[in-house]
Design a protein around this ligand. Structure first.
Ligand code: CO
Length: 134
């Protein structure tokens, strides 16, 4: 069911220094920061040949990653995102198997304008997993 790894998201305390690490030390292609106010994050995209790394920083008071950064002040890996062909079919299949989908259980439009769901981390071996329809 799952296809390519679309991205790995890392929450960072400082987007400038995180972007410099990937650009200057690792020699990767790194975007300018992009504010996504409807998702409560500012993102820097690192484009790798086979996938992306998303460096995330909280934007606004209600940011869903603010608590994560409080608990992990040095930053840390936040989630992995796998591609699926059909988000509705994927979500139904997982629910049938007893896996929990966060929120109201229905797909939402994610940070790339495509439908996504997040699985409960306890159902993902301690990892927050995002599924994105390609
Ligand atoms: Co994501």
């Amino acid at each position: 069911m799952i296809g390519n790894l679309n991205h790995v998201a890392i929450v960072v305390p400082d987007l400038d220094s995180a972007g410099r690490l990937y650009r200057e030390s690792f020699g990767a292609e790194v975007s300018d920061p992009v504010d996504l106010p409807e998702h409560g994050v500012t993102t820097v995209f690192v484009n790798l040949p086979n996938t992306k790394i998303e460096l995330l920083h909280p934007l606004g008071e209600g940011s869903p990653i603010r608590r994560f950064l409080e608990k992990n002040p040095d930053g840390g890996m936040h989630h992995v995102c796998y591609e699926v062909e059909d988000i509705g079919t994927a979500a139904e299949r997982l629910k049938e198997q007893g896996l929990r989908i966060l929120g109201d259980g229905n797909p939402k439009i994610g940070a790339h304008g495509k439908p996504v769901v997040f699985l409960h981390p306890k159902d993902g071996i301690g990892t927050l997993i995002e599924l994105e329809q390609t």
